[in-house]
Design a protein around this ligand. Structure first.
Ligand code: RIB
Ligand code: NA
Length: 321
């Protein structure tokens, strides 16, 4: 049974590791590697390796990238529901510097053609599912339709509003029971949708009460989890929906690991969070966040995006159950 349904992108990532990110006009040397990525696929792999039944809804081209997605989904036991696209499979060009920081260019390709009809085509998809997880690397109407279908079916909706420059609407955001922006995405959504001017760089330093108030403005009836990289995570719940926690808002510190590649760390967090929620919905929300933090921390010690996702038993071995 598929407990987590991920709707989103698959990309073939082309990664260059370099001492520093290239400046405009510069030509520099780096070490090249290629591997599977795309926020959707990374999150699906994370959920599957976290140990819950996972399905992945995406669009693939009729090419080597599409074949790779099929092969890797099967290897991780992911139920793939791929729409055939006349566009090439999605790609990403990624530079990673010596400190593990990255910048990314996306070629959406097939991801840009994923249709709402494809998501709705399988009436069995949501039967028995607990969490639907989506991001914004696919057409916004498709993501909106997927969240609405899940809501109708009583499946919890988790929206990772990434990347920061993706189109969105307040209506879309409010289809989420749970919204997981990083600080850049959080600032962008506040500026765009509720007229709050906040600098991304200032988010982590805001006090809890101010952050909570901003989260409440953005998503009055849902929980917001703002991921703050190496600083950890800020959680904000509506008063009426504490999800087993004792407080409406709190921080959870990051695990200390020696990060060598943070590509896909946010995806690791989201996939693991969805999996943990699906596996043990009765647990306090803070426990799910702690698990997702640990899972994401381990993913940063390895190169690559989807390939870097740890497994449930590795997380337990490293941090205890
Ligand atoms: O979040 C990381 C991912 O963003 C990469 O795998 C790349 O494909 C882009 O989608
Ligand atoms: Na990584």
């Amino acid at each position: 049974m598929n407990s987590v349904i991920v709707v989103g992108s698959f990309n073939v990532d082309h990664v260059w590791r370099c001492a520093e990110l290239p400046a405009v006009g510069a030509t520099i040397a780096g070490q090249y590697a290629t591997g599977p990525g795309g926020k959707g696929f990374n999150q699906a792999v994370a959920a599957a390796r976290a140990g819950v039944g996972t399905a992945f809804v995406c669009a693939l081209g009729d090419d080597a990238g599409g074949a790779l997605a099929r092969q890797l989904a099967a290897a991780d036991g992911i139920g793939l529901r791929a729409e055939a696209s006349d566009q090439p499979t999605g790609t990403a060009g990624i530079y990673v510097d010596a400190r593990g920081r990255n910048c990314i260019v996306i070629g959406a390709g097939a991801n840009g053609t994923l249709g709402a009809a494809h998501v709705a085509a399988d009436p069995e998809l949501l039967a028995g599912a607990r969490v639907l997880l989506a991001q914004l690397e696919s057409p916004v109407e498709t993501i909106e339709a997927a969240l609405a279908l899940a809501r109708e079916a009583g499946v919890a909706t988790l929206l990772n509003p990434a990347p920061a420059n993706a189109p969105s609407s307040i209506g879309l955001l409010r289809l989420a029971d749970l919204l997981t922006p990083n600080e850049t995405e959080f600032a962008a959504l506040l500026n765009r949708h509720v007229g709050e001017r906040v600098e991304a760089e200032a988010v982590a330093a805001l006090d809890g009460a101010s952050l909570h108030a901003l989260c409440r403005k953005l998503l009055p009836h849902g929980s917001v989890v703002v991921t703050l990289g190496s600083v950890g995570v800020f959680v904000s719940h509506p008063d009426e929906q504490l999800r087993g926690d004792a407080q409406t808002h709190y921080r959870v510190g990051a695990e200390s690991v020696s990060a060598s590649d943070t590509t896909g760390a946010g995806d690791a967090f989201n996939g693991a969070l969805a999996a943990s929620l699906a596996r043990a919905p009765e647990q306090p929300f803070a426990a799910h966040v702690r698990y997702a933090n640990r899972f994401a921390a381990l993913s940063t010690e390895r190169a690559g995006a989807a390939a870097a996702m740890p497994r449930h038993d590795e997380v337990q071995e490293r941090f205890g159950a």
